[in-house]
Write a protein that binds this ligand. Structure first.
Ligand SMILES: NC(=O)c1ccc[n+]([C@@H]2O[C@H](COP(=O)([O-])OP(=O)(O)OC[C@H]3O[C@@H](n4cnc5c(N)ncnc54)[C@H](O)[C@@H]3O)[C@@H](O)[C@H]2O)c1
Length: 358
């Protein structure tokens, strides 16, 4: 097996390959475990099951596409699958699919016999830059998304941008929203790279996508190494997310794809940073807007063309219940400059109201 692109030290280490996936690598990893099983998004398995090579013959559990798999019923079915196939703590579960699949498979792996090894083959841009990396796993409850979960670091993540060829355009766009967040947090060169690559990214150019995955995944690996349990710096990865979650809640979950809500949330976070006078580069919100437009992403609420535009009060109430902050006290991440941000900043409702109405 060639060396991983990036690693998070630990026992075992979490290794990330950003490369064309060679099924031989999976076989090598499989040989280190007593049994191997696969948990895959059923649609993705139909399209890309062959990337598993000989592991296609192993026990395979197919789950519904996307968010529908992040339920208690699906978690139970995944755990029953592990039991039926005699997996032990020395076994390996490989997930194939987007962030929803790696969230469910990662949680099942964390829980079954108190933890078996998991490896992810993310097939969405969100999965490759974010969801499959760093060990956060979760399912949803009626009360909200991602409320039940565990930290369980994957042994390996294989990010092959060729798998993104079949991604529906809206899923690619959602991934680009998260990539822009990484550009803002990554620093001047990271942001400039996205500005240069914007047209190629929209066209799905594999070289530009690989550079974007390296940028996003590299940032996440660096932050998770320092703060694996989100006690501090890892919170920065939620830049724009308090606004985005409020938009998603008010629009009705599933109406606005998360990464697209994040694009609008990023612009709001930058405007809030300027209004609070902590942003050093006053022109950054306009530069961000240009980049978002070049990537075909929205930058304000109007662009989302929601059936019913939420009021400031609706959005504020949704933010007050965001699980990242204390109840009733939403917290925000604000940008000081490209590559420099601070977390845990309170904002008042009046300012948030002004930002929505821009
Ligand atoms: N754990 C984390 O750190 C973390 C981070 C970000 C997001 N997430 C979670 O990830 C989930 C979103 O994941 P996502 O955006 O990757 O999408 P997803 O897993 O929800 O999949 C979206 C759709 O794309 C399809 N799809 C996936 N790969 C495809 C491919 N290559 N070709 C064609 N279709 C494909 C799926 O079948 C599905 O219909 C959310 O539940 C979110 O909470 C987790």
């Amino acid at each position: 097996m060639i060396s991983p692109t990036l690693s998070i030290p630990g026992n075992p280490p979490s290794d990330l390959w950003v490369a064309d996936l060679d099924p031989g690598w999976l076989e090598t990893l499989a040989q280190e475990h007593d049994r191997v099983a696969v948990l895959a998004d059923e649609d993705v398995h139909r399209l890309h099951g062959s990337c598993l090579g000989s592991l296609q013959e192993r026990a395979t559990h197919l789950v519904p596409p996307g968010e529908a798999c992040k339920s208690f019923d699906q978690l139970q079915a995944a755990l029953e699958f592990c039991a039926t196939n005699g997996l032990s703590r020395g076994s390996l579960l490989i997930t194939l699919g987007g962030g929803a699949t790696s969230d469910l498979g990662g949680l099942a792996a964390a829980l079954f016999k108190r933890g078996l090894t998991v490896a992810h083959i993310p097939t969405t841009l969100v999965g490759q830059v974010d969801a499959a990396i760093g060990g956060k796993t979760a399912i949803d409850m009626r009360a909200g998304k991602n409320l039940v979960g565990a930290f369980h670091m994957p042994r390996a993540v294989f990010a092959d941008v060729r798998l993104l060829r079949t991604l529906p355009p809206v899923e690619l766009q959602a991934g680009l929203g998260e990539v822009v967040k990484c550009g803002l947090l990554g620093g001047k060169e990271a942001f400039a790279q996205l500005e240069r690559d914007a047209a190629d990214l929209v066209a799905g150019d594999p070289d530009a996508l690989r550079r974007a995955v390296l940028l996003g995944a590299g940032l996440k690996v660096e932050i998770v190494k320092e703060d694996p349990r989100e006690q501090g710096r890892r919170k920065l990865l939620n830049l724009g997310h308090t606004f985005a979650h409020a938009i998603e809640t008010c629009a009705g979950h599933g109406t606005v794809p998360h990464g697209i809500a994040v694009a609008v949330g990023l612009q709001m976070a930058l405007r809030a940073s300027r209004a609070k006078k902590i942003l050093t580069d006053q022109a950054l919100p306009e530069r961000l807007e240009k980049l978002l437009r070049a990537l075909g992403l929205p930058s304000n609420l109007d662009d989302l063309q929601l059936q019913k535009t939420p009021t400031t009060g609706d959005l504020w109430r949704a933010m007050a219940h965001d699980k990242k902050g204390a109840v009733g006290k939403p917290e925000f991440i604000l940008l000081k400059d490209l590559g420099a941000a601070e977390w845990g900043v309170p904002l008042d409702q009046a300012l948030v109201g002004e930002l929505w109405n821009l």
